[in-house]
Each structure stands twice: as C-alpha cells, then as structure tokens.
Design a protein around this ligand. Structure first.
Ligand code: ADP
Ligand code: MG
Ligand code: ZN
Length: 645
C-alpha cells in the first residue's frame, strides 16, 4: 500500500546534504570548528594575562618596604603590581584576608602600605573573569551543554527515535504529527468495531473519569479479521482519535536470530511506552509470536516462546492506571495461545468482518478522495459487484482504476476503469500476450462453458456473471459467479453444487476431446479440499455423522502448522471413502447435466472462441431458449464473488 505508516524519518526539513551520512559529517565539522576557535581564543587571551611575570607575595612585601611599588590592583586574591619603573607583575594573596593584613603579617607597616595606592575591585575585569572562570570552566560547560542539546534535537527530529536507542524497534507516531494522523473518519464501515474502540479512546482521553469510579479498563484489545479488513488502520485511528503516542511493531520483528533478543525488545517497548503514557502499544500480526506454546518437539521455538512469555509478564506487570493500552491484530485467532486470551490480558476482542455492500461503497468513497471522477461513476454498482472484497482490495481497485485512466491519458477516472479493475484485483492482470493455439483456445472455451452450464442448471449454485477465455494471472480462462443474496452461512446442498460446478470443466474436456489437460488440476484440488472439509469439519457426511475430526487450529511444529489428527487410521480410511463418494456423485451429476445440454455447450464454446468474453446479459439470452430458467437476483449485501477457473 502506498502509505508507509509511522515512519518519521530525519530526511525532511534538513539542509541539502544527503541524509544521515552527510549530516553526520557536517556535525563533526561544526564541532571541530567550534573547538578550534575556542582553543585559539582562550590561549590568546590567557597569554595576555599570564605574560606578566608572576612573583611571590613575600617579594611584594619586600618591594613595598623598598618603596619600589607605585600601586597595587586587587581583584579578590589576584594582585596586579605596578612598579615605579612602569613594569607590571602579578601575584596572589590568600583568599579572605585583606591585602593590608597579608602585608602586615609579612612585616610591612601600615605606614609603608599607605604610601602606595591600593585599588580593590571585586573581580569584575573581563580579563580576570575570562582567565579564571569563563575560560577554563564556564565556556567548556556551556559548549558541552549546547552540544548535548543540539544532538538531542537531532534525535528528536528523527521521530522521537531516541526512545529506540534501546532496541524495541517499534515505530512511533507522534500524536502531533498531522500528516500521519489517521482518525475514525478514514475508516469506513466497521461500525461495531468503532463503537467498541470509542470506549478505549474515551479512556485514553479522560482516564480520571474511569479510575475515579473504580472501573477497570481493559489492558489488551485483540483485533481479529481477515487480511485487509483494516485492523492496522483501526489501531492507528484509535491512537489518532485519542491523540496519544502510538508504538507499533510487528510480531515477526520480535523474532530474531539470537535467542533473548525478542524478550528484551518486549521489555524495552513496554518501558518506553510507560514513559510516554498515555500511549498505545500495537503488536501487529501477533500470531507470529503468540502461537500456542509447547508442542516441544525438537526443542520447539525457544525464541518465540520467550518472547511470548515476556509479553505475558509485561501485561501482568502494569497497573490499569498506567494509561498504556495494548492492541494487537491477527487474522489467525484460532492459533493463539490461550494464555494470551485470559482475562487481564487480551480479554477484549473486536471482530472486523469483511465489509457488506454499504460499507464497500463507503470505503470506495474514502479512497476516491483526490481522484477526479467522470460523470458516469457509480460507486454503488461497483460495491454490488465486489462481494467478498476487503478494504485493502477496494483500495487497490480504486488505485488500479486511476492507473488505467492515467495510462490512457485521460484526466478523469471512468466507471469502465473501475469495472475492469475488479477482475484485475481478483485474478491478476490480463495476459493478452500469452498466445494460445486455436486448439488450446477451444479446450479452454469448452472447459469454461462446462462450468457455466452447471452453475446455471444446478439449483443451489450462484448464477453466472461472466465467462472469459482471456488468461489472467494463473488461470487460462475463468467464469465469475455472483451470489444473489446476502449469505453468511453455506449449506451442504450449496457445497455439493459447488463441487459439481468445479468438475464441469473437467467433464466438458473429457466429453468433447476424449482427453484431459492439466487445466482442471486446480479445480480438482479446490473441490477435493471442500469435500474433505465437509466430512471432517462440518459433519456433513451421513456415514460419519456430526463429528469434527479436524481441530480448528492445528498444532505448531517448527513454526508451521501440522494438521492435528484426532482420529484413528480406520476412521481415516472412512474419511477417504466418504470424500471420494462425494466427488464421484458430483462427477456423475456433472456428466449427466452436460450430456443433457451438449448442444448448448457447443454453442457457448463456439461463441467464446469468437468473442473471448461473454457477459451476463448475452449469456442469459443464450441459455433461456434452451429451457434454463434464470435465478432471481436480489441485492447482495455479503457473500462472495466466486471465480471458477
Ligand atoms: P489489515 O491490517 O486488516 O490486514 P490494513 O489495515 O493494513 O488491513 O488495511 C490495508 C488498507 O486497506 C488500508 O491502509 C486502507 O487503505 C484500506 N482499508 C481497509 N479497510 C478499510 C476501511 N474500513 N476503510 C477504509 N480503508 C480501508
Ligand atoms: Mg495489518
Ligand atoms: Zn476450471
């Protein structure tokens, strides 16, 4: 994504020298220069001072007696003696004793003293001051202080990075940094999540109100949701709303090569955050350190466990009134160590769903800021056609649209640009340069037509939205289905139809060409995995019944998930049987259906070879005369834009 969050770097606002290295050199030069000036001027001035011959106080006494002295200037304990012949000499007397007393003590009579003029100045001569105090003591002191001040300013400029002198590595966002500030206004949808987080904002703004009434504010908030749903964005928005410092670090940054580094980073991070309180610590992708501990095979991952332990210790070790709130984000809440989720730790959990149609429109609106639009733009329609898209997908859709317009040298983004971007975001860029032979084109056309006919005929499949044999990303061709209604759950019947639709391409190829290509391999993988899930996760097998045979998470071995078999070998065999039963039934249905509509299959495939893309309107006109009724379309709130390739 374009915004690199929270990196205040020291590149901005400093002179023309290249950053870091140049600046460092310049600092050294300045220091050397000032030092040089100081040394020369000091020695010059004190030379003038010291050049006069220095004599003992007893010598002074003798000379006074001898009547050689014209006058004596006294500045504190320093004496400047002017002789009658004009020479000047310096001397010292004891502190706190007057010159007269000192001379008296040395046998000089008051009479003799009164013959010379004595000027007492209480040490105000510049030379004196410079020589005795400013030069040797004050100047270096001031200079050192200035240097420290200057250096610390530099460090502050680098985004309060002084804090990271330790090693927490956290990026810090200064609450006063207007440019990087994110607020709830920048986050569309996610209403419930925002409401929950509003409470946290309120606490960070007015902690007293809560503490006075004895309310215990949650220390830890866990944001859960699919990738790209805006978890990181929301966390930053909380900091922006509350106007507090925001320390963000990614779970994987704790884990380093050396054991113990992660734990010390955690310590450091918490220490610094407490100093800066009120503050938010944000641990992104916490599953990288927070996975279930202690499978212990082969020593496990010591570093990760130590880091996690340290996080737990730190979370237990500070009081609610310390005004530090820890937020964390994950898209794998299922693999987190239960210790993290205990009360007093991440006990507040906020789920962020994929956006529904209305939210998608809002998100599109947010990301259209600063993009000039043509008159034909209809964001509502784009939102309708993008079920299953996350906020991040929508962001990149908008961006792709603008790029398309710019590439074609237009000044405004048109609806067509956005429509084209939907598929680009979903499947990757078109690969028009990827040339097919006519034979390959035909095979692809029959394959996609096979998927499409099954999707239209089977009652629980979503209707066909588009068929294309232009290759995109890894797919040679694809068929898009668009759900007709709000969907939160899927049923067994839908799964069975989906599997049959997946096999449509395979069956069509076999039926027409009597041969099978590598094309359907992905279809087979996806549908077999779905069939297995039906048996082992959702209890949808008649024979095995309602047992979840696969754990939700899977244990962790060497940092990787290993499937968590909780059944015997005999049950394993039964699972395999059930899966192949489902697959074979689906295959039979696909074969029967395509045999029945063989005619239509030819028509659609031929048309595809001709035009490469068939949109919904044209497709419906083709199938209706063959006795296939259309599925009624309602407005889609949620669900998924399905692609079968
Ligand atoms: P996550 O951390 O959940 O993976 P991010 O917060 O990194 O997702 O989101 C990536 C980008 O997607 C954001 O920077 C933002 O541009 C966009 N985005 C995601 N959700 C939203 C939303 N609800 N409103 C506006 N933009 C969003
Ligand atoms: Mg994120
Ligand atoms: Zn396919």
């Amino acid at each position: 994504m374009s915004k690199q969050p929270n990196q205040n770097n020291n590149k901005k606002g400093k002179g023309g020298l290249p950053p870091v290295k140049g600046e460092f050199l310049r600092n050294i030069l300045i220091v050397l220069l000032v030092l040089g000036i100081l040394v020369t001027s000091y020695s010059y001035i004190s030379d003038y001072f010291v050049a006069k011959a220095s004599i003992d106080i007893t010598q002074v006494a003798t000379d006074v007696k001898g009547g050689l002295i014209k006058n004596i200037d006294v500045t504190d304990s320093g004496l400047v003696i002017t002789y009658k012949d004009g020479t000047e000499k310096v001397s010292k007397k004891e502190d706190n004793v007057s010159l007269t007393d000192s001379l008296n003590g040395l046998g000089v009579t008051s009479d003799e003293i009164s013959k010379i003029s004595v000027n007492v100045t209480t040490g105000s001569g510049f030379g004196y001051w410079f020589g005795t105090i400013i030069g040797p003591i004050l100047l270096p002191l001031v200079f050192t202080l200035l240097l420290i001040w200057y250096l610390s300013r530099q460090v502050k400029g680098a985004g309060m990075q002084a804090f990271s002198f330790g090693q927490s590595r956290a990026r810090i966002t200064d609450p006063d940094d207007k440019k990087q500030k994110v607020t709830f206004r920048d986050v569309a949808g996610a209403k419930e999540a925002k409401e929950e987080l509003m409470e946290i904002v309120d606490f960070l703004k007015n902690p007293k109100k809560f503490i006075d009434i004895g309310a215990r504010i949650p220390k830890g908030i866990l944001l859960m949701g699919a990738p790209g749903t805006g978890k990181t964005l929301l966390a930053r928005a909380v900091a922006g709303e509350a106007n507090v410092a925001f320390f963000s670090i990614s779970g994987s940054e704790f884990v380093e090569m050396f054991v113990g580094v992660g734990a010390s980073r955690v310590r450091d991070l918490f220490k610094v955050a407490k100093l800066a309180s009120p503050a938010i610590i944000f641990i992104d992708e916490i599953d990288a350190v927070g996975r279930v501990r202690g499978t212990g095979v082969g020593g496990g991952n010591d570093e990760r466990e130590q880091t996690l332990n340290q996080i737990l210790v730190e979370m237990d070790g500070f009081e609610p009134n310390e005004k530090v709130i820890i937020m964390a984000a994950t898209n794998r809440p299922d693999v987190l160590d239960p210790a993290l989720l205990r009360p007093g730790r991440f006990d507040r959990r906020v789920v962020i769903d994929l956006p529904d149609r209305k939210d998608r429109e809002e998100i599109l609106k947010i990301h259209s800021r600063g993009k000039p639009f043509g008159e034909d733009i209809n964001l509502g329609l784009i939102a309708e056609r993008t079920p299953g898209f996350s906020g991040a997908d929508l962001y990149s859709l908008m961006n792709e649209g603008a790029i398309l317009a710019a590439r074609e040298n237009r000044l405004k983004v048109a609806q067509f640009d956005l429509i084209r971007s939907i598929e680009k975001v979903m499947l990757g860029p078109e690969r028009r340069s990827h040339l097919f032979s006519l034979k390959e084109k035909e095979i692809t056309a029959y394959h996609e037509a096979g998927h499409a006919i099954l999707a239209s005929v089977l009652p629980y499949s979503d209707p066909v939205h588009k068929i294309s044999i232009i290759s995109r990303g890894r797919a040679a061709g694809y068929m898009l289905k668009l759900p007709i209604e709000d969907k939160k759950m899927q049923s067994k019947k839908e799964f069975l139809d989906d599997i049959a639709v997946s096999l449509g391409g395979y069956v069509a190829e076999k039926m027409i060409f009597g041969d099978i290509t590598t094309g359907p391999s992905n279809d087979l993988q996806v549908s077999t995995a779905l069939a297995r899930d039906m048996v082992t996760k959702y209890g949808m097998s008649d024979k095995l019944g309602p047992i979840a045979l696969e754990g939700a998470g899977g244990k962790v071995l060497f940092g990787q998930g290993v499937s968590d078999k909780e059944y015997s070998g005999k049950v394993g065999d039964e699972i395999d049987n059930e899966v192949s039963l489902i697959m074979n039934n689906a295959l039979k249905r696909a074969e029967e259906t395509l045999a029945q509509y063989k005619n239509l299959l030819d028509i659609i495939a031929k048309r595809l070879v001709e035009v490469e893309v068939i949109e919904m309107e044209e497709y419906e006109k083709i199938i209706v005369p063959h006795g296939i009724s259309l599925k009624k379309k309602k407005t889609i709130e949620k669900g998924e834009l399905n692609v079968v390739s």
